[in-house]
Design a protein around this ligand. Structure first.
Ligand code: BES
Ligand code: ZN
Length: 631
C-alpha cells in the first residue's frame, strides 16, 4: 500500500470514528432535553460543533495580528444560550493552540480532540444550563488554512506586509474558535490590533482611514455565518465611488481600481431593482495582492477581490456583480450545508448575469451565459457524464467541501434557474425570486426546502410547467439535461466567423475585431482547434500581442495554448504570470496543461518549486496534488 492510500485509509477511519462520536453526542443531547435548537445544523457534516443545541448569539473578538511572527492571538468571547441544557459546548478549531477557557469568568478544564483531517479538532468546553459567556484565549498555528501572510515583495507596492483571510467554506475555524457551519449565524464585534502604518478591515462596519494607534474596532450587527468572517491587514487606502460604495487598495493600485469600479454604485442600484433592497448598509470592495487564491469573495459589506480583474477596460467587472449578488443569494439566504452549495452559487451566477444584462444589454450577458455553458460542458466531461459530482445536490459526506467547488453548482445551477425563467416567463420568475429572498432573509435553506417552495410558490397547479422543467433530472441526476437552455449567439456568431477566416489563412489585418471585449477574445481562442501550429500561434501573436496581454483571462488561456502548441516564445512571459498570480482558476489549468507531457512536467515542477511560496495554503494543497502526484 503506498503512502497516499495509507494516509487516506487512516484518515477515513478517523473520520468515521469522529462522525459516529459526533452523532452520539448529538443524540445524547437531544435525549437529555426536548428538540434541538436547529435541526438544519444537525444535517451539516462539516462542523464538529454542537451548535444545533446551543444558540451562538454573538461574538466579541479581541485579537492582535503579529505580521513578523505570522500569528493571530487573542480572545474569542461567545455569548451563548444553552436552550437544551447541554452539558458541553463543542467548537470547531483547526491548528489553533488554546491557552485558557473561561465560562462566565471562571476557568474551566477543556479538552481539545486530535485533528481529524480537514475538519480539525473539536474543542470541548463544559457548560451549565445557565452559562452565558464562553471565552477562549488562543493563537493561530502555522498551518492555518484561512490565512495568507505576504511579505512586502509579494504585495503590489512592495513596501509593507499583508494578511488576508479566506474563510469559505470551513476555514474560519483556523483563525477563530467557532461553530463553523453555514447554518449557524451570529453577530460580532471585533477589536483588532495591527502594527502601526497598516490598516485592518473586516466584513463589518469599516473606517476609511488609518489611525496611529493601530487599533481598529468593528461591528457587524447583522447575523452572519462563520464562513463570512473576514479580515485584511495591509497598507491600504480608500476612495469613494458614491454615497454607499467605495474601493480599498494599496496606494499604488487605488487609482486604477477606482477607475475600473466606476459603475459599482450603479450595479447595487440595478441589483435592488431586480430583487429588493440591499440589506447590508455600505457596499465596498477591497483589491488584494495578486496571491489571493480566488477571484472574489462575498464578505458582507466588503467584497474581497483579486487584482487580476483590473483589466484597464472594465471588461471583467461582472465578477463584482457576482460578489454583490451574493448579498442576496448566500449572505441573506444561505445554503444550509455545503451539499446545497448550488443554492449559493447557481443563484448568484444567474443574478450576476441579470445585473450585467441590465447594465450592458442582453447581447453582452448572452456572452457570459455562453462562456458559462462552455465551462459546464468541459466540467461535465472532466468529472464524467455519469458522475454524482455533477448532480446539483452534492454528497460531500466524509469529504472536504473544497471537492464540491467545481463549475457544476455555478453553471448547472444557473442554467437550471434560466430554464425556469424561460419556461415560466421572466415576470413570473422575477416576482417569485424577489419573494424568495424576502421570505428567507437571514435564514438557511436546503435544496429540498427550495424545491418545495418552488412548487408551492411558482409551479402550483401548472402541470405543463412541471413537466417541462424535469426538476429531478437537474437536481438528482448527472450531466447536462436535454432541456438545458442556451443563450443567443449574436456577438459570438461574428467571432466564429472571424475564427473561420483565420483558419482559412485570411490575414488577421482583414478580421474585424476592433469592438471586441475580453469575452469575444476568449471565445475566439477557446474554439480554436486543439493545437495550433507554431506558425499560426506566431501569426496570432504578431497581430494581437497575446503573449504580452495584460488581461489575466486572455493571458492564461493563451499560455495554455502556447504549452499545447509548444510555442516557446510565450514562455518568458509565463514565468512572471505564475510568479505573481495566485488565483487557482488560472494556476490549475495552466500547470495542468504542462503536466501532460514529460518536458512540460519538468518545466511545471521547476516553476512550481520556485513560486509555491507565493501561493495561498489552499492553492498549495491542490497544486501539490497536481504537481507531485505523478512523480
Ligand atoms: N463564494 C465564492 C468563492 C468560494 C466558494 C470560495 C467556495 C471558497 C469556497 C465566490 O463568490 C466566487 O464564486 N468566486 C468566483 C468568481 C465568480 C465570478 C465565479 C471566483 O473566485 O472565481
Ligand atoms: Zn460566488
Amino acid at each position: 500500500m503506498n503512502r497516499y492510500i495509507l494516509k487516506n485509509v487512516v484518515g477515513l477511519l478517523l473520520l468515521f470514528v469522529a462522525f459516529t462520536a459526533c452523532k452520539n453526542k448529538k443524540t445524547e443531547a437531544s435525549a437529555m432535553n426536548s428538540s434541538p435548537v436547529d435541526s438544519m445544523v444537525l444535517r451539516d457534516v462539516h462542523t464538529l460543533s454542537n451548535a444545533a443545541y446551543i444558540e451562538m448569539r454573538h461574538l466579541d473578538l479581541d485579537i492582535a495580528v503579529d505580521m513578523a511572527k505570522k500569528q493571530i492571538a487573542g480572545t474569542a468571547l461567545w455569548q451563548i444560550n444553552n436552550k437544551t441544557k447541554a452539558g458541553e459546548l463543542v467548537l470547531d478549531t483547526y491548528d489553533l493552540s488554546i491557552d485558557t477557557v473561561t465560562v462566565d469568568g471562571k476557568a474551566v478544564v477543556f479538552r481539545l480532540d486530535p485533528r481529524i483531517q480537514f475538519l480539525g479538532s473539536a474543542l470541548h468546553i463544559p457548560i451549565q444550563p445557565a452559562s452565558r459567556l464562553v471565552k477562549v484565549t488562543y493563537k493561530t498555528g502555522t498551518e492555518a488554512r484561512a490565512l495568507q501572510w505576504l511579505s512586502p515583495d509579494q504585495t503590489h507596492d512592495k513596501a509593507q506586509p499583508f494578511l488576508y483571510t479566506q474563510s469559505e467554506s470551513i476555514y474560519a475555524r483556523s483563525w477563530i474558535p467557532c461553530a463553523d457551519g453555514p447554518g449557524i449565524r451570529f453577530t460580532y464585534n471585533a477589536r483588532v490590533t495591527v502594527p502601526t502604518g497598516l490598516m485592518a478591515l473586516m466584513s463589518a462596519e469599516n473606517h476609511s482611514e488609518k489611525n496611529d494607534s493601530g487599533i481598529y474596532h468593528f461591528r457587524m450587527n447583522t447575523p452572519i455565518p462563520a464562513y463570512l468572517m473576514a479580515l485584511a491587514v495591509g497598507d491600504v487606502t480608500f476612495k469613494s465611488i458614491d454615497e454607499r460604495t467605495g474601493v480599498y487598495a494599496e496606494p499604488g493600485m487605488i487609482e486604477r481600481a477606482r477607475w475600473e469600479f466606476e459603475n459599482v454604485g450603479k450595479m447595487v442600484n440595478n441589483a435592488e431593482q431586480l430583487y429588493g433592497a440591499y440589506r447590508w448598509g455600505r457596499y465596498d470592495v477591497i483589491v488584494l495582492p495578486a496571491g489571493f487564491p480566488i477571484g472574489g469573495m462575498e464578505n458582507p459589506r466588503l467584497t474581497f477581490c483579486t487584482p487580476t480583474i483590473i483589466a484597464g477596460d472594465r471588461s471583467l467587472v461582472s465578477l463584482i456583480a457576482h460578489e454583490l449578488a451574493h448579498s442576496w443569494s448566500g449572505n441573506l439566504v444561505t445554503n444550509a450545508t455545503w451539499d446545497d452549495f448550488w443554492l449559493n452559487e447557481g443563484f448568484t451566477d444567474y443574478f450576476e448575469r441579470r445585473i450585467m444584462e441590465q447594465m450592458m444589454g442582453s447581447s453582452y450577458s448572452d456572452m457570459l451565459w455562453e462562456l458559462g455553458y462552455q465551462d459546464l460542458v468541459e466540467n461535465v466531461k472532466s468529472l464524467g457524464e455519469k458522475s454524482k459530482d455533477t448532480w446539483l445536490k452534492l454528497d460531500l459526506k466524509g469529504r472536504d467541501p473544497d471537492d464540491g467547488l467545481t463549475d457544476i453548482p455555478y453553471e448547472k445551477g444557473s442554467h437550471f434557474l434560466k430554464l425556469i425563467e424561460v419556461q415560466a416567463g421572466r415576470d413570473r420568475f422575477d416576482k417569485f425570486l424577489k419573494r424568495y429572498f424576502f421570505d428567507h432573509a437571514f435564514k438557511t435553506i436546503t435544496t429540498e426546502a427550495f424545491l418545495t417552495y418552488l412548487d408551492t410558490g411558482l409551479i402550483k397547479d401548472d402541470t405543463t410547467l412541471r413537466r417541462k422543467l424535469n426538476i429531478n433530472e437537474w437536481v438528482y441526476g448527472p450531466g447536462i439535461p436535454s432541456n438545458c437552455p442556451r443563450a443567443g449567439q449574436e456577438r459570438f456568431a461574428k467571432v466564429d466567423n472571424a475564427r473561420d477566416l483565420f483558419l482559412n489563412d485570411v490575414p488577421p489585418a482583414q478580421l474585424v475585431t476592433t469592438e471586441w471585449t475580453t469575452h469575444e477574445w476568449l471565445h475566439f481562442l477557446r474554439k480554436m482547434p486543439p493545437a495550433l501550429s507554431p506558425n499560426q500561434m506566431k501569426t496570432l501573436d504578431m497581430a494581437y500581442k497575446f503573449t504580452k496581454s495584460g488581461n489575466s483571462e486572455i493571458a492564461d488561456l493563451w499560455f495554455i495554448m502556447a504549452v499545447r502548441a509548444n510555442y516557446t516564445f510565450a514562455y518568458p512571459e509565463m514565468e512572471p504570470f505564475l510568479a505573481s498570480i495566485g488565483r487557482r482558476k488560472f494556476l490549475e489549468p495552466l500547470y495542468g496543461e504542462m503536466m501532460k507531457t514529460p518536458k512540460g512536467a519538468e518545466m511545471a515542477r521547476m516553476l512550481y518549486e520556485r513560486y509555491r511560496k507565493n501561493y495561498h495554503p489552499l492553492a498549495q494543497e491542490s497544486l501539490d496534488k497536481l504537481i507531485y502526484a505523478k512523480q
